[in-house]
Design a binder for this molecule. Structure first.
Ligand SMILES: Cc1cc2nc3c(=O)[nH]c(=O)nc-3n(C[C@H](O)[C@H](O)[C@H](O)COP(=O)(O)O)c2cc1C
Length: 160
């Protein structure tokens, strides 16, 4: 079973969870980097505006080929109660994703807003079925039991 773990992370929380999933599933990590924000101020102002509008950032990598993977994991930080504009772009950048299954997660400071439903809908529009949804706040992001739950869900997720 091959797992592709796609994530965006501004300050490291979403990355640390992605790395733990990667170790447990022997998967491949794809870090999606935004080309838009030069400072924390621009992330909070322009970034939150773009997140609220559901906009896509210019990202690296520009294409994320997942046809050879059995399952996908997508992790996003919560920005203004929404998916980051980098992950909005990552969903658009998926290639070979039709028919795949995904586990999704969001990390936040405590107010996840509409992040998970928005990410689920965007993936469904690309032909991806979401089989698991997880939200981590500052405390649960460090809770080994919560991390084990997402890893267990990833391991039982298999695309046909
Ligand atoms: C621009 C910006 C907007 C944010 N908006 C929210 C928010 O609406 N709700 C919330 O609970 N946390 C919010 N946060 C906090 C992050 O979601 C949280 O710290 C997250 O775990 C960071 O993930 P990362 O370290 O992978 O970037 C925001 C952080 C940033 C930088």
């Amino acid at each position: 079973m091959k797992t592709c773990i796609i994530y965006n992370s501004y300050s490291g929380v979403t990355r640390r969870i992605a790395e733990q999933i990667q170790k447990a599933s022997d998967g491949d990590l794809v870090e999606v980097k935004s080309k838009e924000y030069s400072s924390k101020l621009t992330a909070y102002t322009i970034g939150c505006y773009r997140a609220m509008k559901g906009m896509c950032d210019r990202i690296e990598p520009e294409t994320i080929e997942v046809s050879l993977y059995d399952r996908i994991v997508i992790g996003t930080p919560v920005w203004a109660g929404r998916v980051t504009p980098a992950i909005n772009a990552a969903v658009e950048a998926l290639a070979g994703c039709n028919g795949k299954k995904a586990v999704i997660y969001a990390t936040c400071g405590g107010k996840e807003g509409e992040t998970i439903p928005f990410l689920r809908k965007a993936l469904e529009a690309r032909g991806v079925t979401v089989t698991g949804e997880f939200v981590f706040d500052k405390t649960s992001a460090k809770d080994p039991e919560r991390i084990s739950s997402i890893i267990a869900k990833v391991k039982v997720t298999e695309s046909t």
